[in-house]
Design a protein around this ligand. Sequence first.
Ligand SMILES: [Zn+2]
Length: 198
Amino acid sequence: MASQEIETLASALARLPGLGPRSARRAVLWLVKNREAALPALLEALDAVSQTLVECSNCGNVDTRDPCGICADPRRDERAICVVEDVADVWALDRARLFQGRYHVLGGRLSALDGVGPEDLAIPSLLSRVENGAVDEVVLAMNATLEGQTTAHYVAERLEPHNVRITQLAHGLPVGGELDYLDEGTLAQALRARRPLD
Ligand SMILES: [Zn+2]
């Protein structure tokens, strides 16, 4: 049995997505072994992030400033908005600068099972960005899951009355695939081959 402090740290880490109790313990052991080299940098990074993280009031991205770095970047093409389910998808798509426009985070997907309805998603703010801005293309980049595609069709319907071109990622995306898990090559391909919504 490890000390209370170590148990507390391990159970806090075990709550992170992708880490179970076993990997959390392994992470703690690693931190103990590397405490001089790794801990100060980790603590500093956690502290900086906890002090400064904010949600972008324009697109819903998470950054250390509002508007976020992407929305504030004048080199970004304001005529194209890529709509995604989650912040992780913005980061996945933006890792390799695959998309030159801006993003809009819905904050989830429609799901009867999880009780997520349209009112739970950032759809009104998307519509007002399209209405008020010089947007001429909206790329729907939802996951290739049933719920993702249901969401894409719903958003497309809401965008229909607006004068905007609606495209979606080419689904060379694996069925059931989540954007965040795809490599950059697959994402780049899907984005390049985007097509009008059918
Ligand atoms: Zn933003």
